[in-house]
Design a protein around this ligand. Structure first.
Ligand code: FMN
Length: 372
């Protein structure tokens, strides 16, 4: 197991239990490069296959034309060609820009939304804008900005976020919740005190819809209710079953951090359990906001299952990241990302055809949960 070292930095003894290192743009660049190397080369997914406990009832006589299957989905007042979005990943470093550009061009071609990775460094230093600016190559792409919620307790304001929205012509903005990651990350920021109020301020005053997302530990029904009650427009449950930030940060940490990262690698609610507990509340109109299911979704069959049990959109991260950084021989990163999106689209269409669903809203009546 390769161990990644941090550059020489001053270690402020700020917390009694976990050491605190002040986060700087240099450190952010180094961290993002580490994340790319680790995600490219190490096994960093938590255990489990999301939605394995669900099956579709096969329809042997579908009586629909495969070519007439409609995958379109409405989300945040836009219509997308399928219920898949590229979940926020990179940006802010040269390698991240290449990845973002391949993903942006493919996402624009497929008419699906694309999330950017955390833009904290762009707020701290506008020179990083160039490395996030996918709008210049993809004028029609629906782009979702990104920042960690905890940054709102470390000086980042509504005005900073509004500036990101304006500068990059973002269609929506995502705030990520990543308490576990911040604990394992050597330079993690861990003061989450009264963040809900600050999220409310952003939700109520930002010019575009606010999404709140977890990054691998899932969102419980109680947390979902709190987020909806302060005006959040959509929630990404970001459950366990895919990329594990505990595992990734463990690989960047010292020996104790590695042990902690391993210990918490499988922490959290699975993507399906989290989605089910939140979507169960949607009968109450007050909680009827779009849900995004992210975390371990690797094909269109899982996309169909997630939609059938209440997701409006499904977020895909690692497979598209890997397609962009490790294209097959003779392929460009763009062709590689397009090939992966084509696999998602075809496997979603085949699932719908063989379950007898002509459109996404018909999927929910075709799914069953297996009794263990
Ligand atoms: C290389 C990489 C970088 C990521 N960076 C961010 C980030 O900056 N902000 C964020 O909210 N999520 C980030 N994520 C998490 C993803 O948005 C997503 O929640 C997670 O990868 C789970 O989806 P997956 O299992 O399909 O990868 C990142 C994921 C990867 C693989």
């Amino acid at each position: 197991m390769e161990h990644f070292t941090l550059p020489h930095i001053k270690n402020h003894k700020h917390s009694k239990l976990l050491s605190y290192i002040e986060d700087t743009p240099e450190l952010m660049v180094s961290r993002k490069n580490d994340h790319i190397r680790i995600c490219q080369t190490e096994k960093i997914e938590s255990d489990g296959t999301p939605f394995a406990k669900f099956r579709f009832i096969p329809e042997a006589l579908p009586e629909i034309d495969f070519d007439e299957i409609n995958l379109e989905q409405s989300f945040l007042n836009n219509t997308f060609s399928m219920p898949v979005l590229v979940t926020g990943m990179t940006g802010g470093i040269e390698k991240g820009q290449e990845i973002n550009e391949a993903i942006a061009l493919a996402a624009e071609k497929y008419n699906i939304p694309m999330g950017l990775g955390s833009q904290k460094m762009m707020i701290k230093d506008p020179k990083f804008k160039r490395l996030f600016d996918v709008r210049k190559i993809a004028p029609k792409l629906f782009v979702i900005g990104n920042i960690g919620a905890v940054s709102l307790n470390y000086g980042i304001t509504l005005d900073d976020i509004q500036r990101l929205v304006d500068d990059l012509e973002l269609g929506a903005f995502a705030i990520h919740l990543n308490a576990l990651q911040e604990c394992i990350q050597p330079e993690g920021e861990r003061n989450f005190f009264q963040l809900l109020k600050k999220i409310e301020n952003i939700a109520k005053n930002l010019s575009v819809p606010l999404i709140v997302k977890e990054v691998g530990s899932g969102i419980s029904a109680e947390t979902f209710k709190k987020l909806v009650s302060v005006g959040v427009s959509a929630v990404d449950v970001g459950g366990k079953g895919g990329t594990s930030w505990s595992a990734i940060e463990g690989l960047r940490a010292d020996r104790e951090g590695q042990r902690l990262g391993d210990l918490f690698k499988d922490w959290g609610l699975t993507t399906d359990d989290s989605l089910l507990s939140c979507s169960g509340l949607k009968n109450n109109l007050q909680y009827n906001v779009p849900l995004i299911a992210t975390g371990g979704i690797r094909n269109g069959l899982q996309v169909a299952k997630a939609v059938a049990v209440g997701a409006t959109m499904v977020g895909v991260g690692l497979p598209l990241f890997k397609a962009a950084v490790s294209p097959q021989a003779g392929e460009t990163p763009l062709e590689s990302v397009e090939r992966e999106l084509s696999f998602f689209k075809k496997s979603l269409s085949i699932t719908m055809f063989c379950a007898g669903a002509q459109n996404l809203s018909q999927l929910s009546s075709r799914i069953v949960q297996e009794v263990p």
